[in-house]
Design a protein around this ligand. Sequence first.
Ligand code: HEM
Ligand code: NAG
Ligand code: NAG
Ligand code: NAG
Length: 354
Amino acid sequence: MTMARSSSSRPAVATVLLLAVSALCAALSSATVTVNEPIVNGLSWSFYDASCPSVEGIVRWHVADALRSDIGIAAGLIRIFFHDCFPQGCDASVLLSGSDSEQNLGPNETLRPEARKLIDDIRAAVHAACGPKVSCADIITLATRDAVVASGGPFFEVPLGRRDGLAPASRDLVFTLPGPDTDVPKLLGKFKNRSLDAVDLVALSGAHTVGRGHCGSFNSRLPPNADDGTMVPSFRRTLAAKCAKDPNAAQVLDVRTPNAFDNKYYFDLIAKQGLFKSDQGLMNDANTNRTATRYALNQAAFFDQFSRSMVKMSQMDVLTGNAGEVRFNCAVPNARRGDISSGQLGDEGLAADA
Ligand code: HEM
Ligand SMILES: *[C@@H]1O[C@H](CO)[C@@H](O)[C@H](O)[C@H]1NC(C)=O
Ligand SMILES: *[C@@H]1O[C@H](CO)[C@@H](O)[C@H](O)[C@H]1NC(C)=O
Ligand SMILES: CC(=O)N[C@H]1CO[C@H](CO)[C@@H](O)[C@@H]1O
């Protein structure tokens, strides 16, 4: 009896332990995606190992701290990354202020100022620790990755070594960004023009699992004569009432889990609760609907492709080596720093050098 018990309970304990350990490993490893694609010349997986080994820790700490008081900043960072990279490459040009700023152009309007400020605050902390070695473009990239992780999404390494652009993107380039009413054939064309394919489009659109949109971005779908059957009636009614009451109202992009980085966005699409035409369209086009359905059924597949597509996008038209510069203030090209009042200078990098 005793023998039988001990011989059966030992393996039982071992089995339970093993299951617990493997469940833990699965939980940890399912959220870590290894992207081993070749990277572009000039970027490196270990770029700051010697010149600023603390950079990743500093960025992670600041992102976690900011998200504790406002989870919406995660969405703000992720969108800034897209709006930086897509028009003219990941060069932090989206952060530049001034009369020719990208921020003065249509797609700009609702980039969150809190997220922009966080990026420059992180820049100040990193420059204080290492001197002005780390570019604003790399800080956007790292902070975006960390925002994805902090919201429940996958961890993936990002190659580093980007340099900051000297000037904002032109109006024409900023307007290569897709709008919320863009149909899927046009979306595919715009993405293809940036070397992103249909799978990248479906996976990257999954970033709309966090954040918000404003009535102006989806009200073209709401009038009765615009009802094309692609939005479930109860959702239409809710949105129409909301925007009638306040035309500047905000609506979460993912009605199921608005602040969690997960695959529920694709459930929304299956339920005809995608907010933008560009979202819902993915479920109705033969080039994208199988992939979108697959991500609804398999979060790990979504996380895997999202990580790959983000690493791909993070390398678009990057400036490396001696091209561009490392900005002392993410909002101002170094050459223009003398022209503006000293009150606007974010000089911590210089102070750290002195
Ligand atoms: C596929 C084409 C895309 C279109 C048409 C699109 C369009 C939009 C629009 C219109 C908004 C809301 C703006 C507003 O009304 O305030 C928005 C928000 C957002 N977009 Fe996209 N987007 C696209 C792709 C992406 C990609 C690739 C990413 C990142 C990988 C992204 C990340 C976000 C995030 C996180 C938000 C929420 C921002 C916040 O809450 O502050 N989007 N997008
Ligand atoms: C394609 O990209 C180039 C630059 O990369 C840009 O000048 C052009 O306007 C883009 N075309 C479209 C249709 O987005
Ligand atoms: C995808 O869309 C095509 C064309 O609209 C349709 O025939 C097909 O049934 C859809 N497939 C899925 C999995 O939704
Ligand atoms: C905040 C901001 O800069 N908004 C501007 C965005 O772009 C439109 C026109 O494209 C301007 O009217 C806004 O002032």
